[in-house]
Write a protein that binds this ligand. Structure first.
Ligand code: TTP
Ligand code: MG
Length: 358
């Protein structure tokens, strides 16, 4: 059984700001834009005290001000947050080298090979991160990424939630369907129209019905996700040229067609790389980074390995469909994993061939 940990820092940007403004502890604090609620800009995050007033990420700063005029507004300082992000990810890599960087304040860690109990590892992660950064995080541990991510969100701040397959009906099914990775506001709205409110409701809908509304690939994803099924591997690195390509746009992109075209281009380059090396890929992963550095990754594992630009494009576009675009995009990347070389003969066959010859 795999053991996957999802780590999500608590009120991340706000928590980093409170380190250098300790006098603001306990007060409603909102981080966003230039920190001036009379100017254009959206809320990046808010302290838990500010959330009590209904302030949420992505809300216009003006709305936040209306909800809580006494809140303290601070500008976004990405450089500082990236520094803290690098520090806590380095700590996680010491605990297990199998890490997927899932965004500025979150990561997945595979601890399947570790001898210690899940509780012990969680405590180690929390205390080391606290010692190095002074910050708290919430942790979910489960047999896969999908469930680990849901678990880390169940108790916040400073939580630890461990979920097993036996807990799915009792603890996962009552959750709102929008909590599922890959169900953004748009998909959630369409599911609500079908009368699907909870993850348990989704598990009642036959896959064929979902396919009529969401297309084959997304339907299969939703069908499996609602049952807590997720075999996707951790995406442990993005950079190697042979298996990943990404583009940072010179100007942020809002037009979906531009993203579709870019994905086509990246898929062709990747297919070229694969074919040159005689490789085929089973998993295609897509990553989008918005202009506020919020990052989303989606991936899909295929039954058969592929190396054609058409197959890579189709799979990447199915991943794109599972992201809701409310913000301008600054970067898009594609990556393939589960590489297989069709030229290599299976070991067993070689061995038996030799035996036969002897
Ligand atoms: P989250 O982990 O979603 O939020 P959080 O860490 O602030 O709060 P929580 O305790 O609930 O985890 O996002 C991490 C950071 O990413 C957040 O501090 C600010 C940034 N962010 C944005 O800039 N815009 C957004 O729309 C969201 C959701 C996050
Ligand atoms: Mg967080």
């Amino acid at each position: 059984m795999r053991r996957i940990v999802h780590i999500d820092m608590d009120a991340f940007f706000a928590a980093v700001e409170l380190r250098r403004h300790p006098e603001l502890r306990g007060k409603p604090v909102v981080i966003g834009g230039h920190g001036d609620p009379t100017q254009r800009g959206v809320v990046s995050t808010a302290s838990y005290e500010a959330r009590k007033f209904g302030i949420r990420s992505a809300m216009p700063l003006r709305t936040a001000y209306r909800l809580c005029p006494q809140a303290v507004f601070l500008p976004v300082d990405h450089q500082e947050y990236e520094k803290v992000s690098a520090t806590f990810k380095a700590i996680l890599r010491e605990i297990s080298p199998v890490l997927e960087d899932a965004g500025i304040d979150e990561a997945f860690l595979d601890i399947s090979e570790q001898a210690q109990s899940s509780e012990e590892i969680a405590q180690k992660i929390k205390s080391r991160i606290a010692a190095a950064t002074g910050l708290t995080c919430s942790i979910g541990i489960a047999p896969n990424k999908l469930l680990a991510k849901l678990a880390s969100d169940m108790q916040k701040p400073d939580g630890l939630t461990i979920i097993g397959e036996a807990d799915i009906a009792k603890r996962i099914w009552p959750l709102p369907v929008g909590k599922l990775l890959g169900v953004g506001p748009k998909t959630e709205w369409r599911l609500h129209e079908l009368g699907v409110k909870s993850i348990g409701d989704l598990a009642q809908v036959p896959c064929e019905i979902l396919a009529e509304h969401f297309g084959q690939a997304h339907a299969r994803y939703l069908y499996e996700a609602s049952r807590g099924i997720d075999e996707s591997p951790l995406i442990t690195h993005w950079e190697p040229k042979s298996s990943g390509r990404q583009i940072t746009f010179q100007k942020d992109v809002l037009d979906r067609q531009v993203l579709v075209n870019t994905i086509g281009q990246l898929a062709h380059e990747l297919a070229d790389d694969l074919q040159k090396l005689g490789n085929k890929a089973r998993t295609v992963a897509m990553r989008v980074r918005f202009n506020d550095f919020d990052t989303r990754s989606r991936q899909q594992t295929l039954d058969e390995p592929v190396d054609s630009p058409e197959a890579l494009t189709a799979t990447a576009l199915a991943c794109l469909d599972r992201v809701d675009f409310e913000k301008p995009v600054r970067l898009i990347g594609l990556r393939v994993t589960g590489l297989r070389s069709p030229h290599r003969e299976p070991r067993a066959k070689l061995a038996s061939g030799r035996l036969a010859a002897a």
